[in-house]
Design a protein around this ligand. Sequence first.
Ligand code: URP
Ligand code: ZN
Ligand code: ZN
Length: 533
Amino acid sequence: MLESTMLFGATMLVYRGMVVLAVALLVLSRAGAEDICTVGNEGLECTQQTSKLLIQGGTVVNADYQQQADVYIEDGVVKLVAPNLKAVGGVRIIDATGKFVMPGGIDPHTHMEMPFMGQESIDDFFSGQGAALAGGTTMHIDFALPVDGDLAAGYQAWEKKAEKSCMDYGFHMAVTKWNDDVAKDMEWLVKEKGINSFKFFMAYKGALMVTDEELIQGFKKCKELGALPQVHAENGDGVVEGQTRMIELGITGPEGHPLSRPPVLEGEATARAIRLAKFVNTPLYVVHVMSIDALDEVSRARHSGQRVIGEPVASGLALDDSKLWDPDFKIAAQYVMSPPIRAAGHSQALQAALSSGVLQLVATDHCPFNSTQKALGKYDFRKIPNGVNGVEERMHIVWDTMVNSGKISVMDYVRVTSTACAKIFNIYPRKGAILPGSDADIIILNPNATTTISSKTHHSRIDTNIYEGWSMKGNIETTISQGNVVWEKGNLNVQRGKGRYIAMKPFGYLFDGLDKVDAAYLTSLKAPVHRAS
Ligand code: URP
Ligand code: ZN
Ligand code: ZN
């Protein structure tokens, strides 16, 4: 029944010029092995699912180092990364010769099952995560929304939605108003519930939008708790004015959406949020940077030494707004998201900023609505639910636009799709790395295979795909989540309820040294002046 085999592997490793003698002791057993069968293209296909895996012959890429090495995984954790590991009995061997073995993607920005604009985004935690895994993303951080302004109720609602999860996930929480209860709940969420980031919407007036006063109070509380404030940066009052202007001009179709919220409104809000963050002396994370205008503000702030993180999304990096003028409403409406996908030129600037390090990580803002939901705005673009797909496509789109084009290295690809996110949200090196002790969330990418994206083959519930027909070199052939092979040969093997909530601790690296800046500020005041009465 229970066979055990011992294997000694002794190997010379070279790590950054140092020669290291690594002695690998692996205990291999049959325990935990089971057959998993799925209906694939060629009928019933069975693979042995074991808690022990050895990925052999690939190039293992971390954000700071790549090497020819094998990866040994046991019980969901990476145990060893070294060349020439050998295994016997009970260990499943995966051949990665000629392929890249990389940390699974982490998408820092998704909206599963989100109630928004009278609709609910069409992917739930199970379907959205299945899509993510098929596309090489093994963890995401979803935006929980308060229920009627109540953060605790919002957290509980998201906890419930996420029970069906099949991969690891975390939460950000939105703050949509300000009072003592909100402040107390923020504290509870950080100290008891593993949330270390809060999002403030500067747009969506009358729904999610906060005022500058609320933004300042929220930033102060975030700083006190060691939680990262995030902003959706568009001037919400300006957007309402822009929408009215378009309707008065008789522009009611999807093209009215980008015309009503031009880059200047994104640039203004980004600048305002950055300056308020400087005023409070807190780090800031700007979600979905879509335009040169916003990018310039992030760039200026970073060059001045301010701690600002800029997050582009796959759609902004890879697409332009031309489809919003498509005569077919169904096609045009698919591309409606906020801030809007911009005119040609903005995406190239975002790509350049990503390669130069002005922007740090790529998200998706996955918030899919199907064509019947989008049709609610057929005669008024203001009613088209905002959001696009991307959680399944991000890893391929970034590979194609950034690596295939020569704009970034493969190590930088790992950084912008996984490692930077893990570091910013304080879960590195458990996530975002292939190192002994890291979670075995791993992808194998074949740079010579091809991929074509289509709504006919994708795994999301959405009936359209903004990347329809996108064909490219490079294919994520295998995804390993928690040490289990969940995607291979085009088949998805996922289990409802297997996903784990990943608690994220406050006071990540972005908070280091803020106290010194505060102290210097207080000294610089030279006040109060003590005057003789
Ligand atoms: O259009 C978008 N981005 N929908 C999701 C909500 C948000 O603003 O992130
Ligand atoms: Zn947003
Ligand atoms: Zn979003």
